[in-house]
Design a protein around this ligand. Sequence first.
Ligand code: SF4
Ligand code: MG
Length: 322
Amino acid sequence: SETLLKVEALEKFFPVKAGIFKRTKGYVKAVNDVSFEVKAKETLSLVGESGCGKSTLGRSILRILEPTGGKVLFNDKNILDYSKQDLRKMRRDMQLVFQDPYSSLNPRMTVRELVSEPLYTHFSISKMEADQRVDEILEKVGLPLEHSKRYPHQFSGGQRQRISIARALVLKPKLVVADEPVSALDVSIQAQILKLLVDLQEEFDLTYLFISHDLNVVKHISDRVGVMYLGKIMELADTEALYEEPLHPYTKALLSAVPTSDPLVKKERIILKGDVPSPTDPPSGCPFHQRCPLAEEKCQNVLPEFVQVRPKHWVACHLVEQ
Ligand code: SF4
Ligand code: MG
């Protein structure tokens, strides 16, 4: 199917200021030369430890943060060239669902006010039409209509996430960037919200870019999964290939820490040395070389390119042969 989103060599660098004159002394390369595509109606998940740049990447794609370089093609148009006005229109089609809906929901607004607000911002729409759209979407996300006069604090975490999903979907977007949408929730509630997201995707032909630190969470909802480390994608493949035959040493280590449900499968836990290096002072060569159990001399100096090593399977590692 056709490509909805194409990210090309995207960069988001933050200046690091120091000293009494606050001079720029370097850059944190939070998103460092990232390229990938998302097909219409698929779910692509980006996974990585905290600080790997996945949230910054999601926000840079939506231009909530201004990228430092690269391209974001949405329906073949580079949205980094858009004026503020065009960007506003584009925002209807690209919505963000946050990790912590509580902090993003105004506590003084009722559910109806919260969910209709984006409609009034983006369309000139009558109260009657807006009310109708809100009723429809509340039903779809499983919130009883009689709750629409209540305030966010009167709801559980899972219900608040439903409100925040309703706010994003009431605009009928094409792409939803979901940044850790279930990580603040109990495991049983996580499954409900994930099922809701899958049902809504079907119903509204949505395309998801799903951001998570948890390989378990994304396994069953993703068509493809990308693994990020220090601002770069290290491996990207179909979900089954990534989980069954990971090729990158970092992916292998992450997966070795995920418990299996099958008692016959014995996994050897790969323990990585050290911590994730500071993004203000990233290593030379392969960003993973200080922690990689397979690192060779070349890895210290030469950055491995992100290349397609098998059909639909991309890896950045010197040891993985095409
Ligand atoms: Fe490890 Fe070298 Fe591959 Fe990097 S390039 S993941 S250091 S083997
Ligand atoms: Mg984050």
